[in-house]
Design a protein around this ligand. Structure first.
Ligand SMILES: Cc1cc2nc3c(=O)[nH]c(=O)nc-3n(C[C@H](O)[C@H](O)[C@H](O)COP(=O)(O)O)c2cc1C
Length: 409
């Protein structure tokens, strides 16, 4: 089995190329049409709808959980830019008394450094270096923020997803009270704003966790993956009220362990509804601002993620593990398509939404708008360019049909 590969030079007929170049140029200087997906459908004939946690998305581009989704102004700018979904910053779970077993992840740190990075392949990209971790304000403040974000989500038809980090013990018992209290509180906010709809929830397994003493043993990590999906479902009044997604980390072990983690989670007594594949890498030696050991991304991250997904498809008759949202060095429509070719129904982005302005052609608007202009309209690497190629060579016109190409090849 070979995953269908995009050639370095996409097959784009001259007429389509000039249309794309015209739109890329004119939207660099002017606002683009809203809703932009309707424009793409009418002008180019492509249906760019995506999916997340089994729910339809107006398009597959989302913001990944982090420093760019921790206040209402950021979420509003993403709505204006036409994102399909936003995953809110990860909150650290607590019980009804406010106690948090993962307190170490609730530290205040805002200083971030966007840096160029060269992958092992020689490819250049970007990574963000910082010392921070999860949400550092109170849980009540998170619930208020989530409520505001849900209002904005409704305004812009943009799915809003809370994210939490729950207790992960090494050998002792799971602190179930934290799972219960936190999940129920998030659900209460959700129910008020989105009655009758299931709440999607991301459970974060982060790179700093991968690099911590807690993750030294493979057996500990596998125990988490086997148990956590059940603990996330239990507090819900009905399992249908919640869609649970595990954001799987890049563990500090060999590549094959990535697939073993996937196998474990999919054989767990309660399978998660979806996955997020995969969180950033961890460099135990790199020093930043007096701290040794930091997370990183860039080309090595997408290389490892795609390698793992290829190995999974190879071993599983070209079937993707379960519906998943891709994360890791999505810096072009083309990279999103690489993940979609391996089964992704959406892609979530952090780093590409915070590059220096010189990396975007568009001069006006928010960073998200500038980035989206490249991701969608770039004449060589944008999603429309890739869709044009896939339409010419494989007859694909819907983004969500890209995944089926893995099984055709
Ligand atoms: C500064 C920063 C903060 C992050 N914080 C979180 C977080 O709180 N929760 C989480 O699940 N992922 C977090 N991430 C990981 C991102 O959501 C994303 O999965 C990762 O950066 C890979 O995507 P990228 O290559 O587009 O940056 C963070 C990443 C960065 C760079």
């Amino acid at each position: 089995m070979n995953v269908y590969r995009l050639p370095s030079e996409l097959k784009i007929p001259a007429a389509n190329r000039s249309l794309l170049e015209r739109d890329y140029e004119r939207f660099a200087k002017a606002p683009w049409p809203t809703p932009w997906e309707a424009f793409v459908l009418e002008e180019y004939g492509f249906d760019l709808a995506g999916a997340y946690a089994g729910m339809p998305l107006r398009n597959p581009f989302g913001k990944a959980s982090g420093q760019l989704s921790l206040n209402a102004a950021q979420v509003n700018a993403d709505g204006e830019a036409g994102l399909g979904f936003v995953v809110l910053k990860t909150v650290i779970a607590q019980d009804e008394t406010g106690a948090r077993m993962m307190q170490d992840w609730a530290i205040k740190e805002t200083k971030m450094q966007v840096e160029e990075i060269t992958g092992k392949s020689g490819e250049k990209g970007f990574t963000v270096t910082w010392k921070g971790r999860g949400w550092y304000d109170t849980f009540e403040a998170y619930l208020k923020f989530m409520s505001e974000a849900l209002d904005l989500g409704a305004k812009y038809r943009m799915l809003i997803v809370p994210s939490a980090k729950y207790h992960l013990p090494t050998t002792d018992e799971f602190k179930i009270a934290e799972y219960r209290y936190t999940t129920r509180a998030l659900q209460e906010v959700w129910r008020r704003k989105c009655p009758g709809q299931p709440m999607p929830l991301e459970k974060d397994f982060s790179p700093t966790l991968a690099g911590s003493d807690r993750s030294k043993q493979k057996s500990t990590i596998l125990r988490w993956l086997d148990t956590v999906p059940r603990l996330l479902k239990e507090p819900a009044t009905s399992p249908a009220d919640i869609r649970t997604g595990l954001k799987i980390m890049n563990a500090m072990f060999e590549d094959a362990f990535q697939c073993e983690m996937l196998r474990t989670v999919l054989n767990a007594p309660f399978k998660p509804d979806f996955l997020i594949l995969f969180n950033r890498l961890f460099d135990p030696k790199k020093e930043f601002d007096g701290k040794v050991g930091v997370a990183y991304g860039g080309p090595d991250l997408s290389d490892r993620n795609l390698r793992t997904l290829d190995a999974w498809l190879e071993a599983n008759d070209s079937r993707a593990p379960v519906e998943f949202s891709a994360s890791g060095n999505i810096c072009s429509g083309r990279m999103l398509a690489e993940y979609a070719l391996r089964g992704a129904a959406s892609g979530q982005i952090h780093t590409y939404f915070q590059l220096p302005n010189s990396n975007y052609r568009k001069t006006e608007g928010s960073k998200t708008q500038k980035a989206m202009h490249e991701l969608v309209f770039h004449p060589h690497n944008g999603l429309i360019a890739v869709m044009t190629h896939l339409c010419e060579t494989k007859g694909v016109r819907r983004f969500l049909d890209i995944a089926s190409l893995a099984r055709d090849s």
